[in-house]
Design a protein around this ligand. Structure first.
Ligand code: AMP
Length: 219
């Protein structure tokens, strides 16, 4: 199955994509993670996108479409994949449709994670992750059980995303409302948009997602 997770920054797309990927054996493709890796590795791509990402703006359609086109050629994607953070504009959605059509594939479902802006700002500004295994935490909502020790891998180093600041959140939410929200009617018109209540707790959101996905007919 090809699955898209659509929702504003901080909605929990990464966390849920990771869970669905493990539970349903789907490969996770996160454009945000790939771009952050490029920045960390100091590649020319990383240099190109750093300024926009730090400012909370979207990087160019051309760049992310190119990344996804390359990834879709990989063997990892053969059994199905989850797109987390892509598409984010109508041009990206249309490019994806064209790429899938060429492969005679289609999108199985688009899950819309609904969370209000006030909650998103709180979630984004408090989040951090384990530098070792990448699992996500939150100062207020999900601190590690033992202070400064990762629940999953015992790691003691944690990182915060450079763009998880109060100033950048405003720009990221603006980008979401202006550029990404138009994808909701686009996929609703195709009858593949499945809304879930993203305000619920992490486990409850996973349960809702599995419920709506179990009801999707695959061919
Ligand atoms: P994310 O980790 O999904 O929140 O993405 C972090 C940042 O990466 C975004 O604020 C954008 O600057 C960039 N980015 C990730 N995915 C896309 C995309 N599909 N289109 C444009 N920019 C993206």
């Amino acid at each position: 199955m090809i699955l898209i997770l659509l929702g504003p920054p901080g909605a929990g797309k990464g966390t849920q994509a990771r869970r669905l990927s493990e539970g349903r054996n789907l490969f996770q493709l996160s454009t945000g993670d790939m771009l952050r890796q490029a920045i960390k590795a100091g590649t020319p791509l990383g240099e190109k996108v750093r300024r926009q990402m730090d400012a909370g703006q979207l990087v160019s359609d051309e760049i992310v479409i190119g990344i996804i086109a390359d990834c879709m050629e990989s063997k990892d994607c053969l059994g199905g994949f989850i797109l987390d953070g892509f598409p984010r504009t109508l041009a990206q959605a249309e490019a994806l449709d064209r790429m899938l059509e060429e492969k005679s594939c289609r999108i199985g479902a688009v899950i819309e994670m609904q969370v209000n802006d006030e909650e998103l700002a709180k979630r984004i500004t408090g989040r951090f992750s384990c530098a070792e295994c990448n699992i996500g935490y939150h100062d207020q909502f999900r601190p590690p059980k033992q202070e400064s020790v990762c629940d999953e891998c015992g790691g003691t180093e944690f990182v915060r995303r450079e763009d998880d600041t109060e100033e950048t959140v405003v720009a990221r939410l603006k980008a979401y409302h202006e550029q990404t929200e138009p994808l909701l009617p686009y996929y609703r018109a195709q009858g593949i948009l499945l809304p879930v209540d993203g305000m619920a707790g992490i486990d409850d959101v996973t349960r809702q997602m599995n419920e709506v996905l179990d009801a999707v007919k695959t061919d």
